[in-house]
Ligand binder design. Structure first.
Ligand code: HEC
Length: 325
């Protein structure tokens, strides 16, 4: 039985979604309900069911959804005041679980929308779709003229590229095994009711397939739109190339918030310059350039890890990519 409960916790942590019944109510049952039960509710608070927990007690609502720090219930267990009397305090894992559950909205049934499972498009490009499916990330490319959500939804997993990338999603951290020793590790924030994944670094966002963007027009001060260059970006950003690993071409995308002289240079792992891909004055906007894995002399380069580096005004950034043959 113990093992079973443990598995549930691991599985739901994977999706960073707390399940109220199996993870939170069980804590109350084991530690609180002897005093906080119907008919004899200490502090006016009943903790035997979800509705009891969410109903006002003597001091008002003890749970403020999405705000654990202002939730009396969390304050009382965090300070060790509750469970009262000689009862042992909750473990820090249990206290954190309660905080996480509150911050996720204090839901009785975890909402699917903030799960990372499902199909996603890169913010500015519409020809690559990623699907987080159980424990692997699948990649799909669009072969049609119109790559809209009808097209993407018509695909099934047999249409995905053969390369699958194992991933984990634990405590808001997405780790994707890009193979060959490269890992993508990013802290993730969900925006727009869980329909936009915002990476806390400079990675481009992911949009859930079929999202109605009218519902979430504004976030981070930027208009949501899948089409290119409608807006001027607010900050410099060098995106991870895609696909990656690649063969024979990959796309390097970057955001220019203002007009700049832009240099994009590709180096090998020895630091030798391979290609001056871009060297020009450019206007602000969402930009991208393809690299076909050739050097300045137009010859194909060998398989391996390459660095690509952007200089635009004061901004400098370098990322890695993997060429497979
Ligand atoms: C031994 C009995 C006992 C246990 C066990 C206990 N409590 Fe309490 N609790 C009380 C009493 C008595 C009060 C009212 C006095 C007070 O506020 O300290 C109270 C008050 C509270 C309040 C404040 C309610 C309000 O609105 O004023 C919260 C929140 C709370 N308890 C949470 C918990 C949680 C969560 C647990 C389990 C982890 C728990 N308690 C376990 C006895 C208990």
């Amino acid at each position: 039985m113990k093992k079973y409960i443990y598995n549930i916790i691991i599985i739901s942590n994977l999706f960073a979604q707390i399940d109220y019944t199996t993870q939170i109510q069980t804590i109350f049952n084991a530690n609180c309900t002897s005093c906080h039960m119907y008919g004899n509710a200490s502090g006016g608070l009943t903790l035997t069911s979800y509705s009891g927990v969410m109903t006002n007690s003597n001091s008002g609502a003890s749970v403020v959804p999405e705000d654990h720090a202002n939730s009396l219930l969390w304050q009382r267990v965090n300070s060790g005041e509750m469970p009262a009397g000689n009862n042992p305090d909750l473990s820090s894992d249990e206290i954190n679980l309660i905080a996480q559950w509150i911050d996720e909205g204090a839901l009785e049934v975890a909402s699917d929308s903030t799960s990372i499972e499902g199909r996603w498009l890169l913010e500015q490009y519409s020809n690559t779709m990623y699907e987080f499916d159980g424990d692997v990330r699948l990649t799909y490319l669009c072969n049609a003229d119109v790559c809209d959500s009808t097209y993407w939804n018509s695909l099934d997993t047999s249409d995905a590229l053969p390369t699958q990338n194992p991933y984990t999603f634990i405590n808001d951290t997405l780790t994707i095994d890009l193979n060959f020793g490269n890992y993508f590790v990013e802290v993730v924030t969900f925006l727009c009711d869980g329909n936009v994944i915002d990476f806390n670094s400079q990675q481009t966002n992911l949009h859930r397939i079929g999202t109605d963007f009218d519902e979430c027009e504004d976030y981070n001060g930027q208009q949501l739109d899948i089409s290119n260059a409608i807006n001027t970006p607010v900050q410099f950003r060098l995106n991870q190339n895609y696909p990656n690993p690649f063969n024979p071409t990959t796309t390097l995308a970057y955001d220019l918030p203002k007009d700049e002289l832009v240099n994009i240079t590709i180096y090998d792992m020895m630091g030798r310059m391979v290609s001056n891909l871009v060297s020009s004055q450019q206007n602000a906007g969402y930009k991208s350039i393809q690299w076909d894995a050739t050097n300045n002399a137009g010859q194909p380069v060998s398989a391996g890890v390459y660095l690509y580096s952007i200089e635009a005004g004061e901004f400098r950034q370098t990322k890695k990519m993997v060429l497979l043959k």
